[in-house]
Write a protein that binds this ligand. Structure first.
Ligand code: UDP
Length: 458
């Protein structure tokens, strides 16, 4: 059966309100829309405004944006329904506003009556709502398989050694990671439990990864969850040339090939004052060109010049560019002058770096980032910046790792490997979507045996 021609499935997608979740959901939506699916993409009006800009005219016909209104909360900045630049202490307020939007989401599902719902692990209530309407709901997990299997192993098999010691964490990060996993999985309100979200996913779970990167972790995760894992990645942002982003691209155009590091720590993490100092000095000592995204939480009044070491900008001169707030990351990583990525190793950043063949200077900070960093180092495409015993960063270590990954001969293996991965994973990306289309059609057919809806398939 040629699914590319015949499928006309209607899929409702509801990502969590973080940029790192919305982005892969949107890329998945675009790929399914290109395969003749109709997508209903549900998020808050603020998020939908930026999502709209990332959809082409052709795609807008089959990706329909559906507004979800979060109840207002006195704790949240007005209209700020996204984790982007949200100070970490306000995250619980956003989560609870999101949970309070469940009745509205329920009405949306009832009215649209889609063939499938695709949901995030932060929304364990979605499969319950869908089940009442006999609609299959499939979880799409946005983190990587290594990190998911490491977390679930800790929960499912306490005291048993993790089968892949190469990504085991040590010291500071081990303690930090265990605390996060225990908090995430602790018994409590099933409305909030990612375990409920996994258990209720209909037959399969989608993961933004590919076998080239994480084959053995995908297999192990499937055993731990007891469901088929369908790798659908890497789903990374498309590179589009936008005129408003010319400044940084023009700057990069003037640099030599692979001569520059891109420095960014994602959409949710903010460096402390001390960390900003160490990174700045590290970049200065390294002697390598850099584009550095410096950002502060909404409501904070610190200015970049105050946060940087005295005289830093004058000393680095033409060698460095500071971008305040937000940079076109995918476009920068795709630029030929970029030769390394000083990254917190958020999963999207990892996938984008490998998609564009850029080796990583890994500087994980929290959550899934430490195991992601272990993974890419084990794959031979990254080197991790080692921390002091108390977890502090050191400028000399940062400079040393940057030079090794970008300049020194001993880093050549990493640079070549990153290019090889780029070629391999790009090839995989389209095949993965073909396989996913087959899976989704199959699911609907099975579900159709239980409930016949006219016009559901074909
Ligand atoms: N991003 C960007 N510009 C920035 C910072 C981040 O485009 O200045 C994008 C980046 O390309 C990636 C996402 O935001 O797609 C960050 O996701 P990731 O999983 O790497 O980290 P998180 O934000 O979840 O910590």
């Amino acid at each position: 059966m040629d699914t590319k021609q015949t499928t006309k499935l209607r899929v409702l997608m509801q990502p969590w309100l973080a940029h790192g979740h919305i982005s892969p959901y949107l890329e998945l939506a675009k790929k399914l829309a290109n395969r003749n699916f109709t997508i209903y993409f549900c998020s808050t009006p603020v998020n939908l405004t930026s999502i709209q800009k990332r959809i082409t005219q052709h795609q807008s016909l089959s990706i329909k944006l559906v507004q979800l209104h979060l109840p207002s909360s006195p704790d949240l900045p007005p209209h700020h329904h996204t984790t982007n630049a949200l100070p970490p202490h306000l995250m619980p307020a956003l989560k609870s506003a999101f949970e309070n939007s469940v009745p509205e989401f329920s009405t949306i599902v009832k009215n649209l009556n889609p063939d499938i719902v695709i949901y995030d692990y932060n929304q364990p209530w979605v499969p319950t709502i869908a089940a009442e309407l006999h609609i299959p709901a499939v979880e799409f997990l946005t983190p990587g398989a290594a990190m998911c299997s490491l977390s679930l192993h800790r929960y499912n098999k306490p005291g048993v050694e993790f089968p892949f010691p190469e990504i085991q964490l040590k010291g500071f990060f081990q303690t930090q990671f265990r605390r996060v996993v225990d908090e995430t999985f602790r018994e409590g309100n099933p409305m909030q439990s990612p375990l409920t979200a996994m258990e209720k996913s209909f037959k399969i779970i989608l993961l933004n990864t590919c076998r080239e990167l994480e084959g053995k972790y995908v297999d192990y995760l499937s055993i731990l969850i007891g469901k088929k894992i369908v790798p659908v990645g890497p789903l990374v942002q498309e590179v589009v040339n936008k005129t408003e982003e010319r400044e940084v691209m023009d700057w990069l155009d003037k640099k030599n090939d692979s001569s520059t590091v891109f420095v960014s720590f994602g959409s949710e993490f903010f460096l402390s004052k001390e960390e900003i100092q160490e990174v700045a000095h590290g970049l200065e000592i390294s002697g390598v060109n850099f584009v550095w995204v410096v950002r502060f939480p909404v409501g904070e009044t610190t200015r970049v010049a105050e946060a940087l070491p005295k005289g830093f900008l004058d000393r680095v001169g033409e060698r460095g560019l500071i971008v305040e707030g937000w940079a076109p990351q995918a476009q920068i990583l795709a630029h030929s002058s970029t030769g390394g990525f000083v990254s917190h190793c958020g999963w999207n950043s990892v996938l984008e770096s490998l998609n564009f063949g850029v080796p990583i200077i890994a500087m994980p900070m929290q959550l899934d980032q430490p195991p992601n960093a272990r993974l890419v180092e084990d794959l031979g495409v990254a080197m991790e910046v080692q921390r002091e015993e108390d977890g502090r960063l050191s400028r000399h270590e940062i400079a040393k790792v940057i030079r090794k990954v970008v300049v020194e001969e001993s880093g050549e293996g990493m640079r070549v490997k990153a290019k090889e991965f780029s070629n391999n994973v790009r090839l995989r990306a389209e095949e993965a979507i073909d396989e996913l289309v087959e899976e989704l059609v199959q699911l609907c057919k099975e579900k159709n045996l239980v409930k016949i809806k006219s016009g559901q398939l074909y």
